[in-house]
Design a protein around this ligand. Structure first.
Ligand SMILES: [Zn+2]
Length: 246
């Protein structure tokens, strides 16, 4: 039997490790085939106006590839959009639709498209535009042959219509709570693979506090949790009708 596939689409190289890698590790342990698509290479994620963006992007791609490996993910695609310059439009929609049709996920994992998901900070515009486009292709160019017809006619990529769930991750979390106690060390190892971003920062302590709060605030007795908003396209089956005596 072919494996169940999940596709995670992020804006920046470290978004997945911050937001959902504990859950991804669980899915990999469960036998899921997980792939990543990373839209920018985080070329501008540094406080140095003289840093060469292309060289920095290459470094960050290496960090992401290593982080993915730690979680058991070997299929990582970089779209190489410029960091902080992503705009919503046909180019982004077509590029994401191509990946959606190529990877044919049963589960899609995307970022939160809201501009103010919490009262803590503004959600980065790259997160918002990539998230909105990732959601939109599931009802437009990912699933409809007549949209960007060249994807079929020139690239042989048929629409994919068997997506079952979309999981949304971000600072606001959501009502679907995943126990990541068994995978948190791997998640943190993966996060620390982003050496250019976390450096000497004690990110392990920070994340453990945050994920412990997430479990506690949701009323679960897990040590650590990630949480999501999940769109489910599978309609519940009606209860079988029983007639007469059992
Ligand atoms: Zn980001």
């Amino acid at each position: 039997m072919s494996k169940r596939r999940a596709l995670v689409i992020s804006a920046h190289p470290d978004d997945i490790e911050f937001g959902c890698a504990g859950t991804i590790c669980r899915w990999v342990d469960d036998g899921w085939d997980v792939r990543y698509v990373i839209t920018t290479s985080g070329q501008k994620g540094v406080q140095d106006a003289r840093q060469d963006p292309d060289a920095f992007g290459r470094l960050r791609e290496q960090e992401s590839t290593r982080a993915a490996e730690i979680c058991g993910v070997s299929d990582v695609t970089f779209l190489r959009y410029m960091d902080s310059e992503v705009v919503y439009g046909p180019a982004l929609l077509k590029d994401l639709a191509r990946q959606f049709r190529r990877h044919r996920p049963h589960r899609l994992v995307v970022m939160d498209p809201q501009s103010l998901p919490t009262d803590m900070f503004v959600n980065h515009p790259d997160h918002r535009f990539v998230a909105q486009a990732s959601l939109d292709i599931t009802v437009t160019s990912g699933t409809t042959a007549a949209i960007f017809p060249e994807l079929v006619l020139e690239e042989g990529l048929e629409p994919w219509r068997e997506l079952e769930e979309t999981w949304i991750f971000g600072p606001a979390g959501g009502p679907t709570v995943v126990d990541v106690t068994a995978t948190i060390e791997r998640k943190l190892d993966a996060l620390q693979a982003h050496v250019s971003q976390v450096g000497e920062w004690d990110v392990r302590t920070f994340m453990k506090q945050r994920l412990a709060e997430r479990a506690r605030d949701a009323g679960y007795d897990y040590d650590y949790a990630e949480s999501f908003r999940v769109l489910s396209y599978r309609r519940p089956q009606p209860e079988p009708v029983r007639t007469g005596a059992a």
